[in-house]
Design a protein around this ligand. Structure first.
Ligand SMILES: Nc1ncnc2c1ncn2[C@@H]1O[C@H](COP(=O)(O)OP(=O)(O)O)[C@@H](O)[C@H]1O
Ligand SMILES: [Mg+2]
Length: 263
C-alpha cells in the first residue's frame, strides 16, 4: 500500500554478481519523497549497476526494488518507466534528426494516456506542446527548439536528455553523472537545472555525480558506496565529517573537500 510517509523507493538487500565479481553487495537504501539523494563513490563502486537494477535494465542476483510500496524488481524497463521512474540515457544518439521541440513533445506524448489518439483532440496536442515549451525553458534550450539533436553541443545534448526525461513526467529521476564529459564552465548551468527541478517540489532525484562541490551543495542526503557496499549515509555535513569516508574515498580523491566544508 502506498502512503506519504513511506519512502518513494526502497532498494532491499540488492545484490549483483558478474561472474566472480560482486558488483553490488546486498545494498539497502531508502529514497525519501521530494529529496535529492546523491550516491557517490569511486569508479567501480557499483553505482551504475545499482541504477541498472532499479530501472529494470539489469536483473538483480537477489534482493528487491520497491517503488511506492509496489515490488518492481522483475518488471520490464518500459513498465518501470510508466510507473514514474525516469532514467536518462543518451537518447540524443537514438533520434539524432528530431528537433529539440519534437523530442520533448514525443516524450510527453509517449507517456500520456491518450497516445493512441494523438490528433483526435487538439487540446491534448496543445497541452503536450505547452509542456514541451516549459521544459525547454527550464533546461535552458530556448532558441534551440528547431535544432536537431545531432547539431547540439555536448553540453546542450545533456540538457536535452534531462528535458526528454522530464517531459515524460517521472516522479523519480535517476541521473547518472549528468556532467560527464562537460567542461567546468558548463557545470554551473547543469547544477542550476537540477536545482530548479528540485525546487519544483514534486520530484525526487537520485544523483550519481563525482563533482563533490556540486554534490555537497545540492544534496539532502548522500550515500557513499565503495566496492559494492554502502560505506556511509548521511547529510552532506555528516558525510564530509565521516572519517571512514575520508580515509576510503574522499581523502585520497578529493583532498580539498575538508577545507571546503570547514570554510
Ligand atoms: N555488464 C557487466 N559485466 C561485468 N562486470 C560489470 C558489468 N557492469 C559493471 N561491471 C563491474 O561491476 C563493478 C561496478 O561497476 P559500476 O556499477 O559501473 O560502478 P560505478 O558506476 O560505481 O563506477 C565494476 O567492477 C565493473 O567493472
Ligand atoms: Mg557509473
Amino acid at each position: 500500500m502506498e502512503s506519504e510517509k513511506q519512502p518513494l523507493l526502497e532498494a532491499q538487500q540488492l545484490r549483483k554478481v558478474f561472474g566472480g565479481l560482486v558488483a553490488v553487495d546486498d545494498v539497502s537504501v531508502e529514497i525519501q519523497r521530494h529529496t535529492l539523494h546523491s550516491i557517490i563513490g569511486p569508479n567501480g563502486a557499483g553505482k551504475t549497476t545499482l541504477f541498472n537494477m532499479i530501472s529494470g535494465v539489469m536483473r538483480p542476483t537477489r534482493g528487491h526494488v520497491i517503488f511506492k510500496g509496489q515490488e518492481i524488481t522483475h518488471l520490464p524497463t518500459h513498465q518501470i518507466a510508466h510507473l514514474g521512474i525516469g532514467r536518462s540515457f543518451q537518447i540524443t544518439n537514438i533520434f539524432p534528426t528530431l528537433s529539440v521541440l519534437e523530442s520533448m513533445r514525443l516524450s510527453a506524448q509517449a507517456m500520456g494516456k491518450d497516445n493512441f489518439r494523438l490528433f483526435q483532440d487538439v487540446d491534448h496536442f496543445k497541452r503536450y506542446l505547452n509542456q514541451a515549451e516549459e521544459i525547454i525553458d527550464l533546461v535552458g534550450l530556448h532558441g534551440k527548439e528547431d535544432a536537431s539533436a545531432a547539431s547540439l553541443s555536448h553540453g546542450e545534448k545533456r540538457k536535452l536528455e534531462i528535458g526528454i526525461m522530464l517531459a515524460s513526467s517521472p516522479e523519480l529521476l535517476l541521473l547518472d553523472e549528468p556532467t560527464a564529459g562537460m567542461s567546468s564552465e558548463q557545470v554551473p548551468d547543469l547544477l542550476e537545472i537540477i536545482r530548479k527541478i528540485r525546487e519544483m517540489g514534486n520530484k525526487t532525484i537520485v544523483l550519481v555525480e563525482h563533482r563533490m562541490d556540486m554534490v555537497m551543495s545540492i544534496s539532502d542526503r548522500i550515500t557513499v558506496m565503495h566496492l559494492g557496499n554502502v560505506l556511509a549515509e548521511g547529510n552532506p555535513k555528516e558525510i564530509a565529517n565521516t572519517q571512514s569516508v575520508q580515509d576510503a574515498y574522499l581523502g585520497a580523491l578529493y583532498g580539498e573537500l575538508t577545507e571546503k566544508s570547514e570554510a
